[in-house]
Every structure is written in structure tokens, then in C-alpha cells.
Ligand binder design. Structure first.
Ligand code: HEM
Ligand SMILES: *[C@@H]1O[C@H](CO)[C@@H](O)[C@H](O)[C@H]1NC(C)=O
Length: 487
């Protein structure tokens, strides 16, 4: 997700860097030479940049400046607005642009293309869904969906609301100023611990949290497993979390057997008691790796959206007022202390339109990857088998053909039928679309409901920049001043 990697850190180890560049270069240079060897192939236009590095630094620079879409837009203008070639992460890569590009990639899964993730992701998340394709992926997705579908998630709404209320009481109530991004992290992490593995013991949460941070930092990084690299620390952290999960699983199996745990109490129970359509249960390794995957995929993404929504509402009082009105209407019908119900969530239409418009303008994820399964033609160009392909959220989200006056915030774009299919893709699309969309929707709505009805806020740095690292995040953490509301 996103294509960032740790550059600054590598540069602090010059000797290591030299060694790594050497070790790394051999396969990449071979690949590079091979890719350039097809002068008579009608490849999409574009530049492969420098050997090995390709255009990675240019891409990273745009991301750090908070404008990853410029990298893509510049090349769409220079080469072809439909598709161009570049080289990122040591891989020659073809960028599919706009809604048509999304449509092509999302509709051709398992035909001309299939999902692909950078090496660091695959090495850290081993036997999880991200390394599976075809039939295996389909059955594993179905299993994970047994916990993540709306019907199942209904049962966890009360827990989400409780975690959100506790979080606000502990970290927001009585504070004058809050640094939003690190604070919302606590909510996202506590929620994941609670719903994925019923880890509610504060000491264990506290112990896992820094390990989890190390892990997250390395998921998208240069996959070099040598002491001192981000990737190495992430591998070690992942192993420590795996050990912890192993102990939890061991205890859970006994508890399930002796009916002290419920088979539907959390994701872990689901994965232990549910088999796929052929009767196969996930192995312990697969369960652990999938829990790690969901922790990774669901953490910084939702947190990024919540933080962006807080910034947009701080900037646009009229939108805040309208959100507040909707949320107070929902609270009015409830007794003091009564938790949110499923029907309440369905009434948060305006709030979700606002969040959707925020994800259009500030998508947390820049895009994802596919791989060509065959030689095929797209827009008149040859796409060779084995090449890595990518799509981007920004190239269609800011297309005036689908979103008139594209830089203008307008939540009403999501009323009625909403955007044209494939023009809006914060969660990707097709058979490999995000599995956590409904989970994220609930997580965001429940949090915003609780914050909006308790506080008004001001942005202490009014136009704070957001940048990609690799998910979109505020460059200074988003400081706000709180004013409690009397309700
Ligand atoms: C606002 C929050 C989120 C955004 C914007 C987001 C976005 C994405 C995107 C763009 C992809 C790639 C889709 C593709 O290649 O077509 C993806 C994949 C995925 N997401 Fe999310 N995501 C979010 C939250 C979550 C949450 C909360 C979870 C889990 C609880 C989750 C689990 C996953 C998984 C498992 C995949 C891989 C699916 C597969 O390979 O089949 N995501 N997400
Ligand atoms: C794909 O195209 C290349 C270059 O023209 C050719 O060498 C190769 O045999 C083709 N592969 C398939 C599977 O058609």
C-alpha cells in the first residue's frame, strides 16, 4: 500500500548502504538490462529512470511533499493520460491511470492480471491472504469475511462504542489541546486488540504497542534483513508478536473446548472454529499471519481518515455544524449511557458522505499493485507478462470529468447513486478489494459520533500539510484546541 520506503535511515549507514546497493543491484540490474532489451516491443511511453532506483526518489519526494498525485499527473501530461511506464521499488512498473485504468485492473483479476505486493510485505506477512492468489485467495477471503461482513460486525458495534467512549474519557476529556494523530492511534490499536483477539489486559496492550510500531514501520521498506535496517527490526517485532499470539491461541483452544470462550467473541475465535467450503481449517501459522495482516491493513488507514476528517471539520465550521446536527438527532432518541445501535449507524448518512469526500480528496492509500499474467495490449500498447502494474487513487479522484471542480469539498457528490463506478476507489476494487471496508466505516463513524457530540475544536496549525509515510498523515501530528460542548 503506498510505495514508500525508508530512505533516510539507510543513508545514516553509509557503509551498509554501499554493501546493500551492491548486493541488491545484481538481480535488479539483470532485470533492468532485460527490460531494456525489447526495443521493438510497443511498451507504454515513460522513463525507467536510473538503474535499480528507477524513479523511486522522485516518487518519494512527491509523497513527502504531500502531493503524490503530482508524480502521476506530470507523467500523464508528458506521456499518455491513460498509461505510462516507470520504475519503482526496483521493479519496472506500468501505471494505469484514471477510472478506465482502475476498471481494467479491477475487472481482469485472474485473467490478465493478479494481485502483487512488494517483497517486504510478502516476507513479513508470509502465509497471509496477501501472498495468496486465485482459488486459495478466494477461500481465504471468504473465511476472513465471516468476521468482517456487516452481519457479523453488527455484533461488535457495542464493543466499538465502549472502546471509543473509554478512549475519549481517558485521552480527550479535560484536555485543552490534543495531538490528534498519535492519540487516535491508541483508539485504533485498542480496538484491534479487543476485536481481533480479545486482548484487553492493559499491560499486554502496552507491551505489544511498541512492537507493533516497529512492525508497521517495516512492512513497506527495502527488504534487506540485516541488523540496523527497518526491515530487520520489523521482522524481529513480527516474531515477538507471533510468539505472543501463539500463547493466546493455545489458551483460547482450551477455553473454547471448556466453553469459557465463545466461538464468536472475536476474529481469533472465528478463525479457530470456521473451516472453508472444502472443510479445511486455517493452520496456526496462517491464523497468526492473517491477524498480523489485518493489524497492518486496518491500522494506519482508519487512523489516517479519522485524522483527516478532524482537520476538514476544523477548517469548515458549516460542515461541522451539519455533522453535529445529525449526530445530536441520533443521540436525542437515546437514553443517557445507551450504546449505539445498528439503526443509529444507518442514520449517519451525512457523516459518511463527509468521510467519503475526505477520502476522495485525501485518500489514505496511494494505490496498490498487480502483475501481468500474460502479454496483452492496453490502450494500443504492449504490456509484457511479468511486469508489475499499479493504479492510483489520485488520478481518478481528481478527474474533473467525474468530479467537477475537483479540488472543491462537496459532500453532496455522494448523495443518491454517488460517483461513477471505478472513478472513486479509496478501497481499491474487484476481487481483491479491501476486506475491511465495513470495519473501517464503523470504526470511523463510531469515533466521529463520539467526538463531535462532545467537542468543538480549532486547528492550531491551520493549513498543516499531510504527507505519505507510507499512509497519509499530518506532518506535525495535527494539534487541536478543544472546547467541550454542553449536552
Ligand atoms: C479507511 C480505511 C481503509 C482504506 C482506505 C483501505 C484501503 C485498502 C486498499 C486500497 C487495498 C488494496 C485493494 C486493491 O488492491 O484493490 C486494501 C486491501 C486490504 N485491506 Fe484495506 N483499507 C482500509 C481499512 C482496512 C481495515 C480496517 C482492514 C481490516 C480490518 C483492512 C483489510 C484489508 C485487507 C485484508 C486487504 C487485502 C485484501 C486482499 O488482498 O484480497 N483494510 N485496503
Ligand atoms: C510474450 O512476449 C515476448 C516478447 O515478444 C515473447 O518472447 C514471449 O514468448 C511471450 N510470452 C507469451 C506467454 O506469450
Amino acid at each position: 500500500m503506498g510505495m514508500d520506503m525508508e530512505v533516510t535511515e539507510l543513508l545514516t549507514f553509509p557503509a551498509l548502504l554501499a554493501l546493500l546497493v551492491f548486493v541488491l543491484s545484481v538481480p535488479f540490474i539483470t532485470k533492468f538490462v532485460k527490460t531494456r532489451k525489447h526495443p521493438n516491443l510497443n511498451l507504454p511511453p515513460g522513463s525507467l529512470g536510473w538503474p535499480v532506483i528507477g524513479e523511486t526518489f522522485e516518487f518519494l519526494r512527491r509523497g513527502y511533499e504531500g502531493e503524490p498525485e503530482l508524480f502521476i499527473r506530470e507523467r500523464m501530461e508528458k506521456y499518455d493520460s491513460r498509461v505510462f511506464k516507470t520504475s519503482l521499488l526496483g521493479e519496472p512498473m506500468i501505471m494505469f491511470c484514471g477510472a478506465a485504468g482502475n476498471k481494467f485492473l479491477f475487472s481482469n483479476e485472474n485473467k490478465d492480471v493478479q494481485v502483487w505486493w512488494p517483497t517486504s510485505v510478502r516476507k513479513l506477512l508470509r502465509s497471509s491472504l496477501v501472498t495468496k492468489v486465485g482459488y486459495e485467495a478466494k477461500t481465504m477471503r471468504k473465511l476472513l469475511m465471516s468476521f468482517l461482513n456487516p452481519e457479523a460486525l453488527k455484533n461488535y458495534l457495542a464493543k466499538m462504542d465502549t472502546v471509543a467512549c473509554c478512549h475519549i474519557t481517558n485521552h480527550w476529556q479535560g484536555k485543552e489541546d490534543v495531538l490528534v494523530y498519535p492519540t487516535v492511534k491508541l483508539y485504533a490499536f485498542e480496538l484491534a486488540c479487543c476485536l481481533f483477539a480479545s486482548i484487553e489486559d492493559a499491560i499486554l496492550v502496552f507491551k505489544l504497542s511498541p512492537q507493533f510500531d516497529e512492525f508497521l514501520k517495516g512492512v513497506i521498506s527495502f527488504p534487506i534483513n540485516l541488523p540496523g535496517t527497518r526491515f530487520h527490526r520489523a521482522m524481529k517485532a513480527a516474531d515477538a508478536i507471533r510468539e505472543e499470539l501463539k500463547l493466546i491461541i493455545k489458551k483460547r483452544r482450551v477455553d473454547l473446548e471448556e466453553k469459557r470462550a465463545s466461538p464468536t467473541q472475536d476474529l481469533l475465535s472465528y478463525l479457530l472454529v470456521t473451516s472453508d467450503s472444502s472443510g479445511r481449517f486455517l493452520t496456526e501459522k496462517e491464523i497468526i499471519d492473517n491477524i498480523l495482516l489485518l493489524l497492518f491493513a486496518g491500522h494506519d488507514t482508519s487512523r489516517s481518515v479519522i485524522t483527516s476528517v478532524i482537520q476538514y471539520l476544523g477548517r469548515m465550521p458549516h460542515v461541522y455544524e451539519q455533522v453535529l446536527e445529525e449526530q445530536l438527532e441520533i443521540s436525542k432518541g437515546k437514553e443517557a449511557g445507551q450504546l449505539l445501535q445498528w439503526e443509529d449507524i444507518q442514520k449517519m448518512k451525512y457523516l459518511w458522505n463527509v468521510a467519503s469526500e475526505v477520502m476522495r480528496l485525501s485518500p489514505p492509500v496511494t494505490g496498490s499493485y498487480r502483475e501481468a499474467l500474460n502479454n496483452f495490449t492496453y490502450a494500443g500498447y504492449t504490456i509484457p507478462k511479468g511486469w508489475k502494474l499499479s493504479w492510483s487513487t489520485s488520478s481518478s479522484h481528481k478527474d474533473p470529468a467525474f468530479f467537477p471542480d475537483p479540488d472543491h469539498f462537496d459532500a453532496s457528490r455522494f448523495e443518491g447513486a454517488g460517483p461513477t463506478p471505478f472513478s472513486y476507489a479509496p478501497f481499491g476494487g474487484g476481487p481483491r478489494m479491501c476486506l475491511g471496508q465495513e470495519f473501517a466505516r464503523l470504526e470511523i463513524l463510531v469515533f466521529m459520533h463520539n467526538i463531535v457530540k462532545r467537542f468543538k475544536w480549532w486547528l492550531l496549525i491551520p493549513n498543516e500539510k499531510f504527507l505519505h509515510d507510507p499512509m497519509l498523515k499530518p506532518s506535525k501530528g495535527l494539534s487541536i484546541r478543544l472546547q467541550p460542548l454542553q449536552i
